[in-house]
Design a protein around this ligand. Structure first.
Ligand SMILES: NC(=O)c1ccc[n+]([C@@H]2O[C@H](COP(=O)([O-])OP(=O)(O)OC[C@H]3O[C@@H](n4cnc5c(N)ncnc54)[C@H](OP(=O)(O)O)[C@@H]3O)[C@@H](O)[C@H]2O)c1
Length: 507
């Protein structure tokens, strides 16, 4: 008789779990065993709402035992929450955790708030540790750039995870939760995946397709390596985001002619300067890191051949001088910063200083620029120039949010380029989901195979011993093959079901 390989009855693994559970507790009654077989969702709800309110909401026979209408909560060293956290990753024994992003970006949040939320790279491992100590957070990553502060987590409960992370952000930044809630965006699972892929591709940047964001995403992975809490889902997500960022830049036009925050800063300064003074304006760049160097290069590209660069240390400036031999770059230490500012028409600041470099008092005392206010363009987050400086008639201050003015142009081009990239992002999101799914199904597949194999071998032994010793090798092999064939046919349907990544509509 032909045996159909499709599996139509109750889920085989559910039956197996019932079987396993019953064998672990001799005190579980048949009704309790039935409850044990409830889908994971029910069990999870029990943990969240508090065990003990309803005698039927049994979690496992180890946790709760019903005896003469009395509910006895078994003393267990591991809390229900801990059990939920440490239970094996298995899609039929545990509800899948969610990937959640809690973010505040340049699109939703002003720089005044973003700078309070910013976490320097050196602090990311500590932040990951603190986030993973929250009750409902399993894994975490921090993406803190001048454009965004985004926390990526794997949360046991979306609602509680978001609440805990928001409270943590409030504690670290000093911004009240209510204010954070007004500006934050929340994305879950597929939407969160798609978001980080778009971010990495430069689609969510102020300057479409800019390359720095991909470097920053890479930095998250580099710093996260070996940090407990930068777990396999989150690290997998960020590594996949790097692949997407590279693919989008090589397979589409997005990076063609792409500028950076630094070049936008230079554009903005030139926009604000009277055209007649473009060639003669005295330029001062404070900070010679990645951004400072780009500012210098864009100034050079715009025809500037002479400038002063102030930096904490001289090494980086020397390297830039070496690279840009035809340009007259004068190095000055930070101690001479105010004097240099007094001799400049335009001051760019791009340092990683946590404290202000220019206050209103500093700028008030600077000799004024003849004919025009002095321009300060600050692309640092946290900002290097106090917002109060803009109250002075002698100064105009622009920060990273003001760059929107120069990048808003070319909107149609942005939309077209973004559409090209979206097809790649959709394809990669699907692949990532399939990978994540496989993380959870592999243990189930292994367990199911091992369980079936144990039964097959036991039944085969029984059968062969009944047949006696005088059977031929050929008959022995035929019986063995028969047992394997039956098991494989029976498992085929459930295995296919477990392996599917949801892309097959028949499943
Ligand atoms: N990377 C980006 O894509 C990007 C984009 C837009 C804005 N920004 C912002 O631009 C700023 C600089 O970023 P970056 O990527 O250029 O960083 P970076 O490559 O790490 O360079 C940091 C710069 O800041 C200086 N610095 C560090 N601590 C300082 C302190 N306490 N006082 C004075 N100077 C200090 C460093 O001087 P030394 O050379 O002496 O170490 C160096 O010049 C940051 O605020 C960042 O948020 C970055």
């Amino acid at each position: 008789m032909a045996v159909s390989s499709s599996f139509a009855g109750p889920k085989l693994e559910t039956l197996l779990l019932c079987n396993n559970s019953s064998s672990t507790s001799s005190r579980a009654s048949p009704s309790q065993i039935r409850i044990l077989c409830k889908p994971a969702r029910t069990r999870r709800t029990v943990f969240q709402r508090g065990v003990g309110l309803n005698p039927r909401c049994e979690v496992t026979s180890d946790v709760l035992v019903q005896d003469n209408n009395k509910i006895e909560l078994r003393a267990s060293s591991v809390s229900a929450l801990e059990q939920l956290k440490t239970s094996a990753a298995d899609r039929y024994t545990k509800e899948r955790s969610s990937i959640v992003v809690i973010g505040l970006s340049i699109h939703t949040t002003p720089v005044e708030m973003r700078e309070k939320l910013a976490i320097p790279e050196a602090e990311w491992p500590r932040a990951i540790g603190e986030l993973c100590n929250l009750n409902h957070i399993e894994e975490a990553a921090v993406l803190s750039t001048c454009n965004r502060m985004e926390i990526y987590v794997v949360a046991l409960s979306q609602h509680r995870g978001v609440k805990e992370v928001t409270e943590w952000m409030s504690k670290t930044s000093g911004i009240p939760v209510s204010e954070l809630c007004q500006h934050r965006f929340l994305l879950y699972n597929n939407d969160a995946t798609q978001h980080i892929f778009e971010v990495s591709a430069g689609l969510d940047s102020l300057v479409l397709g800019e390359g720095q964001i991909l470097a920053q995403v890479k930095q998250v992975v580099k710093i996260g390596q070996g940090v407990v809490g930068f777990g396999r889902n989150i690290s997998g997500l960020f590594k996949h985001a790097i692949t997407v960022g590279k693919r989008v830049r090589t397979e589409t036009n997005i990076a063609a002619g792409a500028v950076s925050v630094s070049s936008a800063a230079v554009e903005l300064a030139l926009l604000k300067l009277p055209e007649s003074s473009h060639a003669s304006a005295r330029m001062l760049v404070i900070g010679a890191g990645k951004m400072g160097k780009l500012v210098i290069k864009h100034l050079v590209a715009k025809g500037c051949t002479k400038m002063v660069v102030v930096n904490r240390s001289e090494e980086r400036v020397s390297a830039i001088q070496e690279e840009l031999k035809g340009v007259e770059i004068t190095y000055k230490p930070l101690t001479e910063m105010l004097t240099c500012a007094g001799e400049a028409d335009v001051v760019f600041t791009s340092t990683a200083s946590e404290t202000l470099l220019f206050t209103k008092e500093h700028v008030k005392d600077l000799p004024p620029v003849v004919g025009n206010p002095r321009l300060f363009v600050d692309i640092s987050v946290p900002r290097n120039i106090s917002a109060c400086v803009s109250e002075l008639d002698t100064a105009r201050v622009y920060n990273v949010d003001d760059l929107k003015e120069v990048v808003a142009a070319n909107k149609e081009d942005r939309v077209r380029k973004a559409m090209e990239a979206q097809a790649i992002i959709a394809e990669e999101s699907k692949q990532f989901e399939a990978w994540r799914d496989s993380l959870e199904t592999v243990p189930t597949i292994k367990k199911l195979r091992a369980y079936a194999e144990r039964i097959r071998v036991a039944e085969l032994d029984k059968c062969l011993s009944k047949m006696g010793d005088d059977i031929t090798k050929k008959t022995r092999k035929a019986v063995d093959d028969l047992s394997r064939g039956i098991v494989n046919k029976l498992l085929h349907g459930p295995m296919q079901h477990l392996r599917c990544d949801g892309s097959d509509s028949r499943t």
